[in-house]
Design a binder for this molecule. Structure first.
Ligand code: SF4
Ligand code: SF4
Length: 642
């Protein structure tokens, strides 16, 4: 026998659900291709750890509550599966299983239902009284939580009836048995039965209604989160995709169709938890960029089939938002479902710059200088050789010099950063590490132009550099700039360069630990705090080496700022923002400088020439003289060479 009314309701709702999912899949399929199916074993492991075991969810605030809901959802899939099958075929039920097993299943469902109720109440209270961001108090969020809670109550109402009539021993449904209080006062068996029927149909309608609501709500992530984690970026950092200049006519992302299918899947997967926005330096300093709303707008833009992603319309992302990103990666680091925000922003910049020459005027000089003289200031290349006039420096020669010291534009031209280059060079000499430079032949690595979206220019610079490294027989590179470091090490792989590239903090840490650099007591009393450069730390995972050096110098761990390591706050110069004015909101570097001052340290150590400039400027803005800003190499040099 088949339950005809329920079967019709179920069939109609499943058809509607399938149609909704089909429409979403059709939208995602409009995205560009990207390779996300390699290394299946690693992907499966990442999916199990992060989606099934909820590792990435739990590490954030209120994460355990969400994990509890997710695991309960998995258990209740069995209960709801039975509910539907039993609804269509009333004779098919879990009670056909061995009695003991069935009873234990019922107990599990009962306990889990109560846990879900508790988690729902906790989530409602949190949203009301302590939300991560206040806009999260939406009607949709409360409706979803309300429906989940109501589903649990309806289920318990059904089981309570089964306990009352003796189908289920109360010991295996103790919480639902308590729920039978709702039947109290019903005087006739007919009334009791009617109430049970009401709960059954309420559960059926809520369940099928909820399933159909999913594709149109932020709860779509129930369906998309697990695949999104499976297809996540496996390698760090998120290197921008190379453009195919010969075949692709529309560079970067003008419309949502120019994003990849994974970008579009990302947009449907956002849970709107807000973790990205409370870690985004642009949002926190009042810029018009919010990574959560950026992803939301991409979804809306796709749903509405809008022509352009960037603009001033309701479902468009403003230009100011696009140019506010410092590509620090803080958003991506904390996102529980591994959404990739910054690469999407770079693609939008790329379209604006490459297709429409639509970029802030202040970047015009930068692009011209890079093109003509391969450095941001347009200084004559011959000036590069002047950085080491006070010490003996030789040209790189693969027979005699182990490392190519890639000095970088800031390290060669900026007066403050030149001192860092000198410190690194002198420490290498002290440790008898052989090194050489390319002198006036060194070219800019192109980091800033790539993050700013000038991909064609970047490609020219990368090709020239790779050709030169190969022609000169370079096997190992050391840089004093995390931007050069990441670009040569990671971005240039796309151009066939796979050689050892290390940052000076990695090399110096090894030299100290190997005893090749002997530290004296000069800085034993210095209290140091360390600012993690985004492109060294979060993007490349180098957190410990700089701290090891500080520990060797002072004999103690650095004092940590409120935001450090993978939650560190950007200095404000990444993503090409080094070359742009900061006119919106408050200044990121001043915020970060204040965080350093708050540690009461006497010295702020940086490991990046951009961070050095931004932190020094921040200290000047705050008019403080209580803290020195020095590169780690400089402090180490003072402890080794003086
Ligand atoms: S990369 Fe940094 S600045 Fe850009 S959206 Fe993410 S957190 Fe904000
Ligand atoms: S993008 Fe990620 S971190 Fe940001 S709100 Fe969405 S799910 Fe949360």
């Amino acid at each position: 026998m088949v339950n005809i009314p329920f079967t019709i309701l179920f069939a109609v709702s499943m058809l509607a659900f399938a149609f909704s999912v089909y429409k979403k899949v059709a939208l995602i399929r409009q995205g560009r291709p990207t390779e996300r199916t390699d290394r299946g074993g690693l992907r499966t492991a990442a999916m199990l750890i992060n989606a099934v075991f909820q590792k990435s969810v739990i590490r954030g605030s209120f994460g355990f509550n969400h994990a509890l809901l997710f695991w309960s959802f998995l258990v209740l899939l069995v209960a709801n599966g039975e509910f539907i099958v039993n609804g269509v075929f009333p004779r098919v039920s879990l009670d056909r299983l061995p009695e003991a097993f069935h009873h234990w299943l019922l107990l599990a469902f009962d306990i889990v239902s109560v846990l879900v109720l508790i988690a729902v109440v906790a989530a409602i209270l949190r949203k009301l009284f302590h939300p991560l961001y206040k806009e999260s108090r939406t009607a949709e969020a409360f409706i979803i939580l309300g429906v989940i809670g109501a589903l649990m109550l309806a289920y318990m109402g059904i089981v309570a009836f089964q306990v009352m009539i003796g189908w289920v021993p109360w010991q295996y449904a103790p919480f639902s048995a308590l729920f039978s209080v709702v039947y109290a006062g019903r005087t006739t068996p007919v009334e009791v039965h009617q109430l049970a029927v009401f709960f059954w149909w309420a559960h059926a309608v809520l369940l099928l209604g909820f399933i159909n609501f999913l594709p149109y709500s932020k709860h779509m992530h129930i369906l998309t989160a697990i695949p999104n984690v499976y297809f996540k970026l496996l390698d760090k950092p998120a290197v921008p995709q190379r453009e195919n200049f010969e075949e692709v006519t529309n560079l970067g992302a003008e419309s949502f169709k120019d994003l990849t299918w994974k970008d579009l899947l990302d947009s449907l997967t956002c849970t709107e938890c807000g973790r990205c926005q409370v870690n985004c330096p642009a949002t926190l300093t009042g810029k018009p960029l919010n990574p959560r709303t950026l992803i939301h707008k991409i979804k809306e833009n796709m749903n509405e089939n809008e022509a352009a992603l960037v603009g001033e319309g309701e479902h468009q992302i403003s230009k100011d938002a696009v140019w506010s990103c410092v590509t620090c990666g803080a958003c991506m680091e904390v996102c529980p479902v591994f959404i990739e925000h910054a690469p999407k922003i770079v693609k939008m910049r790329r379209n604006m710059v490459q297709m429409n020459s639509d970029f802030p005027e202040e970047l015009l000089n930068l692009f011209e200088n890079m093109e003509q003289r391969s450095n941001p200031w347009g200084i004559a290349p011959s000036e590069r050789t002047k950085v080491f006039t006070s010490i003996k420096a030789q040209d790189f020669n693969p027979e005699e010099t182990e490392y190519l010291f890639f000095v970088g534009c800031a390290g060669a031209f900026d007066s403050r950063s030149k001192q860092i280059s000198l410190a690194v060079a002198m420490l290498m000499d002290e440790a008898k590490v052989t090194w050489g430079t390319l002198g006036k032949d060194e070219l800019c690595c192109g980091d800033s132009v790539r993050r700013l979206g000038n991909e064609y220019l970047f490609e020219q610079m990368a090709l020239k550099n790779v050709e030169m490294f190969k022609a000169r027989g370079v096997k190992k590179i050391v840089t004093q700039c995390p931007h050069c470091f990441t670009t040569l090490k990671n971005d240039y792989k796309q151009y066939g360069l796979e050689i050892e590239v290390i940052h000076h903090t990695e090399l110096l840490d090894t030299l100290v630990r190997d005893g090749k650099l002997k530290v004296n007591d000069n800085h034993k009393k210095t209290v140091i705090t360390y600012h993690d450069s985004c492109y060294l730390g979060r993007h490349n995972g180098i957190y410990e080496q700089p701290r090891n050096i500080i520990k060797a110098i002072t004999g103690k761990e650095p004092v940590e700022m409120e935001r450090s390591k993978d939650t560190a706050f950007c200095c404000g110069a990444g993503g090409g923002r080094m070359w742009m004015e900061e006119n919106l909101g408050t200044r990121i570097n001043v915020n970060r400088a204040q965080q350093a001052i708050d540690t009461n340290a006497g010295t702020l150590c940086t490991a990046c020439p951009y961070c050095m400039t931004m932190m020094s400027d921040g200290m000047k803005d705050l008019n403080t003289k209580s803290i020195y800003v020095k590169d780690i190499a400089e402090v180490l040099a003072e402890s080794v060479l003086l």
